[in-house]
Ligand binder design. Structure first.
Ligand code: PMP
Length: 345
């Protein structure tokens, strides 16, 4: 049986006892008055510090996701959220994290930056989790504080099954990175937050919301975990411009829905057309906005495309002979297909 979850025992002692910085906007959060408290410049448009708690954005997200605001954290992209999770829970030099490659590279880099040992438990050949190996490691190795999974997974594109088996048997922190979830909303684990106090679900405005340039990432978790992330983050981690951009995107849900539908339609067309090329061996099924494509010679295809100014991602070092192709606009995808067809001649 799963032992009792004890959040305090998972948190680094220095973070537990940390007295966070109290910013001017924390101490006075009203919007009316003459502001002479934060050494800001009285002139200009972006002269004021942003809301350190991103209240307006959290309110809008709370309504969209039916999630209490205390369970929402906003980061400077989800890359900041990944780093904060390691800083809150990982004791440098002693704790470890399980990751399941091939997967998003920042889990490992961020762990390395924070001196957290990385235990790779590769996905099986079908790109699903090796649950038995993960559970065995968790059982035997007390240094494992965190498990990171990505679903839909980058770069394979598939949704991971059986994450519940980890949640049911592990009392450390389980992070599910749902960066691509809006392309496949039925697979979200947000509802599991009611059941699992050790779960953190990450999402982002960078993909379906088309705001990679703005840097707005999200974490959903129990209020106690959100409070720890809040006290560890830099005071003004999400700029006013970023918060405004995210709010604007949320107010234009129809545009986002239309874009998602277009991307999904284009993905379907690409997934049908790519296998007609003689050098394409396999197009992996994808629940995201990209396709992992196995080629006869991925390096040659990748280089040819670069020469034609079509930039894809060569993922051969992660999955043999594979290129990851992001689904572009209809025109971009047509150009991609034309350039690939030329390789057959
Ligand atoms: N998670 C995954 C799985 C990703 O693929 C990426 C970016 N490619 C990120 C997180 C980073 O997202 P953000 O732009 O919100 O930092």
């Amino acid at each position: 049986m799963k032992p009792q979850f004890d959040l305090a025992s998972l948190v680094r002692k220095n973070i537990l006892s940390l007295k966070p910085y109290s910013s001017a906007r924390d101490e006075f959060s009203g919007s009316e008055g003459i502001f002479l408290d934060a050494n800001e410049n009285p002139f200009g448009t972006y002269n004021r510090y942003p809301d350190p708690r991103q209240k307006a954005l959290k309110k809008a997200l709370s309504e969209l996701k039916d999630m209490p605001q205390e369970q929402i954290f906003i980061g400077n992209g989800s890359d900041e959220v990944i780093d904060l999770i390691f800083r809150v829970f990982g004791n440098p030099g002693t704790d470890s994290v399980i990751i399941c490659p091939p997967t998003y590279g920042m889990y490992e880099v961020s762990a390395n930056i924070n001196d957290i040992r990385v235990i790779p438990i590769p996905l099986r050949d079908d790109f699903q989790l090796d649950i038995d190996a993960i559970l065995e490691r968790i059982r035997k190795d007390e240094s494992v504080k965190l498990v990171f999974v990505c679903s839909p997974n980058n770069p394979t594109g598939n949704t991971l099954r059986d994450i519940d088996a980890i949640l049911d048997n592990f009392n450390g922190i389980v992070v599910i990175d749902e960066a691509y979830i809006d392309f496949c909303p039925e697979s979200s684990h947000l509802a599991d937050l009611r059941q699992y106090p050790n779960l953190i679900v990450m999402q982002t405005f960078s993909k379906a919301w088309a705001l990679a340039g703005a840097r707005v990432g999200i974490a959903y978790a129990q209020p106690e975990i959100i409070a720890l992330l809040n006290k560890t983050k830099p005071p003004y981690n999400v700029s006013k411009l970023n918060q405004e951009a995210a709010l604007k995107a949320l107010s234009k849900k129809k545009t986002t829905q239309y874009r998602i539908a277009t991307i999904l339609e284009q993905k379907k067309i690409l997934a049908e057309k790519l296998p007609t090329l003689s050098f394409v061996k396999k197009v992996y099924p994808s629940d995201a906005n990209f396709l992992l494509v196995e080629m006869e010679n991925a390096d040659a295809v990748y280089t040819h495309l670069i020469e034609k100014k079509v930039i894809t991602r060569n993922r051969s070092s992660q999955v043999k002979n594979c290129i990851r192709i992001t689904v572009g606009s209809p025109k971009e995808n047509r150009i991609l297909m034309n350039e690939l067809k030329k390789m057959e001649q």
